[in-house]
Design a protein around this ligand. Structure first.
Ligand SMILES: NC(=O)C1=CN([C@@H]2O[C@H](COP(=O)(O)OP(=O)(O)OC[C@H]3O[C@@H](n4cnc5c(N)ncnc54)[C@H](OP(=O)(O)O)[C@@H]3O)[C@@H](O)[C@H]2O)C=CC1
Ligand SMILES: CC(=O)N[C@@H](CCC(=O)OP(=O)(O)O)C(=O)O
Length: 307
């Protein structure tokens, strides 16, 4: 039996990449709306209630409105927006962190944000293991390709090719902070400093640590070993052991759904940089949505992913 899927927002950046990953998958049948009907609420309501699984690739307000249009209790929802990431009744769709069974059983799944995917993947297992303190003022620096801002930011960077680096979120309080705090169990809002570089996709998320002030953390090697143990067996999340002098994001990066983690340590072990590299449109959005869809449909979680 095929699972019918409706991508609401299918013409957007995330929606198009989900459709790419589902192309040729006989386990799913896509419900599609023509371009002139894709924003017609009556047509959307019909599709939202016909589908076994709906994937919302919409701005937050439109995602909330879409959920309110669903009357069919059988319809399951994966929301790529940030509307429901810390909302009651929603499961945080990060199977490696919340458990695959939790996602498999959920009716309402909220995809993680792209930056939080890196931060949570690095910090949550180490806090759970008691190696990093929950009561600590964490800082997170990150750079993203401009597709992270959807069609509007893509247009801006394609129009103004003179932008070399865009720091933003300068007033703090980025909308990703609540999920970063909730899913790691840390006690303070992390200071989150995001930026955009002139590349279409790709993302580097970093958490610098003063290990000398964290007696329970042990060495960088101990942190790396704990992450490797946590993600052992995952085909999506990889913990690298190399200690490169530089890490590059390439403007020519191809779509990829892996998440690569590193613990880079000072020789004397007093400081470390936890670094996650991912595709904001891969494990940061569309790849994560397809992974969750696979889990919900009872399939191999990596089917159709670019690993
Ligand atoms: N881009 C990324 O890397 C990530 C994105 N996300 C989230 O995913 C969601 C989608 O983002 P993204 O694909 O980048 O955004 P885009 O702006 O590229 O696409 C959004 C799509 O939604 C459509 N849309 C807007 N309002 C409605 C409506 N009322 N009814 C039907 N369609 C509507 C837009 O139509 P139109 O084409 O006419 O503008 C557009 O096609 C957002 O909430 C975003 O925050 C999450 C993680 C990463
Ligand atoms: C580069 C850029 O603008 N990125 C977006 C986040 C992209 C993403 O993760 O989407 P959600 O907001 O739905 O989580 C931002 O900072 O708002």
């Amino acid at each position: 039996m095929t699972t019918s899927v409706f991508i609401d927002g299918a013409a957007g950046t995330t929606g198009l990449e989900i459709a790419d990953r589902l192309a040729g998958r006989s386990e799913f049948s896509l419900i599609t709306l023509s371009d002139d009907r894709r924003k017609d609420d009556a047509a959307r309501a019909e599709a939202l209630n016909d589908a076994d699984v709906v994937i919302l690739c919409l701005p937050d307000d439109a995602a909330k409105a879409a959920v309110s249009m669903i009357a069919n209790p059988r319809t399951r929802v994966i929301d790529a927006s940030s509307a429901h990431r810390v909302a009651a009744g929603w499961t945080y769709g990060f199977p490696e962190i919340v458990g695959h069974d939790t996602v498999a059983q959920a009716r309402f799944v909220s995809n993680p944000g792209c930056y939080p995917t890196g931060f949570i993947a690095l910090v949550a297992p180490l806090v759970r293991a008691g190696l990093l303190p929950a009561d600590w003022p964490y800082v997170c620096h990150a750079v993203s390709g401009y597709s992270g801002g959807g069609k509007a930011l893509i247009a801006r960077f394609e129009d103004d090719t003179d932008i070399a680096f865009r720091a933003y979120g300068l007033a703090l309080g980025h909308k990703h902070v609540p999920e970063m705090k909730a899913q790691t169990g840390i006690g303070h809002d992390p200071i989150f400093a995001p930026a955009v570089v002139p590349a279409h996709r790709g993302m580097l998320v970093e958490v610098p640590l003063h290990l000398s002030m964290m007696p329970q953390a042990g060495s960088p090697d101990a942190l790396r070993a704990a992450l490797a143990e946590f993600y052992a067996g995952s085909k999506v999340v990889k913990v690298e052991t190399d200690q490169p002098d530089e890490l590059l994001l390439r403007a020519s990066m191809e779509p990829v759904d892996t998440l690569t983690l590193r613990v880079l340590g000072a020789k004397d072990g007093t400081q470390a940089r936890l670094v996650a590299i991912l595709d904001n449109l891969g494990k940061g959005a569309s790849g994560a949505a397809v992974q969750n869809l696979n889990i919900i449909a009872g399939l191999d979680e990596t089917a159709g992913l670019r690993l």
